[in-house]
Design a protein around this ligand. Sequence first.
Ligand code: 5GP
Length: 178
Amino acid sequence: MGEERLEVLLSTEEIAAGVKRLGEAIARDYDGQNPLFVGVLKGAVVFLADLIRAVPIPVRYDFIAVSSYGAATRSSGQVKILKDLDYSLEDEAVILVEDIVDTGLTLNYLLASFRARRPRSLRVCTLLDKPSRRLVELKPDYNAFVIPDHFVVGYGLDYAEKYRNLPYIAVLKKACDG
Ligand code: 5GP
């Protein structure tokens, strides 16, 4: 087992500035619309909690839990919904909130599932975007940071359920990575 090492990629202050920018943009675009934020469990919890407090208009929020795909389901992009929403999305201004878009398969699946529920509008807000690994065409409507192809942890993102509570985002390095 290699020793784990963390290298800070985004500091607490940088994240806060990014979240503030997103919150202001969303508040401008959704004034008077009472948008419904949908967070994808568990990674988006920390981001969503900060994001809604950076949006100075009335909002509501809900959560959905999905299984991550194994090797067999990756190519098909199939994702299983483990906990569905409390809200029906019909005629709602929905903002789907993710911690990170990597291959895009999870969001692609969720967007198709949500579109079928007939929302008034549907947009994606992510904290991090790793476009170099994308397998489907997908560009978040709101994104705070584009990052290179590293495995990152902290601010809700985990490695085997560890590091979610770090107040910054770090690249996880194994001793064997050098
Ligand atoms: P996608 O379906 O876009 O490939 O991946 C989405 C999910 O994979 C994210 O919500 C996250 O849970 C996980 N993921 C992708 N990249 C990373 C990463 O760098 N670090 C961590 N901790 N999770 C990641």
